[in-house]
Design a protein. Structure first.
Length: 105
């Protein structure tokens, strides 16, 4: 039996995924806040869960959405913390008023 094509595992895509995973930082939610996690980047999206006080979250990417006022100012930036799960950046201590992660595609 001969092999016409050999599938590569890993390679560039695998290395990029590892680099991206290694560069994800965790950020604190504002003290004393239980934060709604929504299915999309805005207050009109359904609530999928609630983060407890003292939670820390990864930010995989960020996208514009509904403008929200919170402990860290007013922002239209929404942070993607998991697959189809977003929180308003106005409640996240990122140390910046702007984007701290790549824009979601």
């Amino acid at each position: 039996m001969s092999v016409d094509r050999v599938e590569e595992t890993g390679g560039v895509e695998h290395a990029e995924a590892l680099t991206a995973a290694a560069s994800v930082r965790y950020y604190s939610i504002a003290p004393g806040v239980r934060l709604n996690v929504r299915s999309g980047p805005g207050t009109s999206y359904s609530i999928v869960r609630v983060l407890p006080e003292g939670a820390k979250v990864p930010i995989y990417c960020q996208t514009p959405g509904t403008s929200v006022t919170g402990p860290y100012g007013t922002s239209n930036i929404w942070d993607n913390i998991s697959n189809s799960q977003y929180i308003s950046d106005a409640y996240v201590l990122t140390g910046s008023d702007g984007y701290v992660a790549d824009r979601c595609s």
